[in-house]
Design a protein around this ligand. Structure first.
Ligand code: ATP
Length: 234
């Protein structure tokens, strides 16, 4: 299937320090791609570049076959690019319901947004009146995910969804991510620790010091290679 999001030879820098040295990465509709790698490898920067919140120094950002290098984040959002950043994108002092209802700017009705969220994660329905800051970490991630889904993304990018969460909660979240992909959304997932995400990914890439060191189907061979890269990068 044709890629909807492509990074072609993308270099990115903070001031004069290059942190992505020409990476190639692509995601197709309905596909889950995992971007893995140790701390500081450049994973978050790659997502920021794809969302247009960090500039491409050289190379190309291509969406739906169209070169959109240099486009503003709001224009990429209009093309369906949605980034859920690390550390839960929710408003802690607002209720769960109000966090969701803010997304009516997308043109969706209040009922539809709430219904979709609560059917995906019934616990959010039970906590609708509670302020988001009092939710568990996993529930906050569920809420962040539902806020993102309200934009009907073509490409959903998730940064360290599993950070600080219990394995059972991570499994529950990734089950929903897999379901979202089955509905045709392209999903690009950044994680430092790989096990759960590799189980649901069709393709994975390992970034080490700003370079894709290895990519392919996440089979046994890939996992062995990955373990070696992690050991070698410390
Ligand atoms: P982590 O898992 O720690 O978030 P990462 O793989 O996502 O790591 P990035 O956050 O993309 O990596 O960081 C890549 C490199 O860029 C690191 O060396 C980091 O210190 C540096 N960096 C990130 N953000 C900035 C910034 N705003 N200014 C300067 N350097 C930055």
């Amino acid at each position: 299937m044709n890629a909807i999001l492509e990074l072609r030879g993308v270099r990115a820098a903070y001031d004069d320090i290059t942190v992505l040295h020409g990476i190639d990465l692509s995601v197709a509709p309905g596909q889950i791609v995992a971007l893995l790698g140790p701390n500081g490898a450049g994973k978050t920067t790659a997502l920021k570049v794809a969302a247009g919140v960090h500039p491409v120094a050289s190379g190309q950002l291509v969406i739906g076959g169209r070169d959109v290098t240099g486009a503003a984040a709001r224009d990429l959002a209009r093309l369906g690019i949605c980034l859920i950043p690390e550390g839960r994108g929710v408003f802690p002092n607002l209720s769960v319901r109000d966090n969701l209802l803010m997304m009516t700017f997308t043109g969706k009705s209040r009922d539809e947004i709430e219904e979709v969220a609560y059917s995906r994660f019934p616990i959010l329905g039970k906590r609708a009146a509670q302020t988001a800051g009092t939710l568990s970490g996993g529930e906050q991630q569920m809420l962040a995910l539902c806020r993102g889904l309200a934009t009907d993304p073509a490409v959903l990018m998730l940064d360290e969804l599993s950070m600080g969460l219990a394995p059972l909660v991570v499994d529950q979240l990734y089950e929903q991510v897999a379901e979202i992909a089955r509905q045709g959304v392209a999903v690009l997932v950044v994680e430092q620790f790989a096990a759960t995400v590799l189980d649901i990914s069709e393709h994975a890439a390992v970034l080490v010091r700003g370079r894709v060191q290895h990519q392919g189907a996440p089979d046994e061979e890939f996992r062995t290679e990955l373990a070696g890269l992690y050991l070698g990068s410390n």
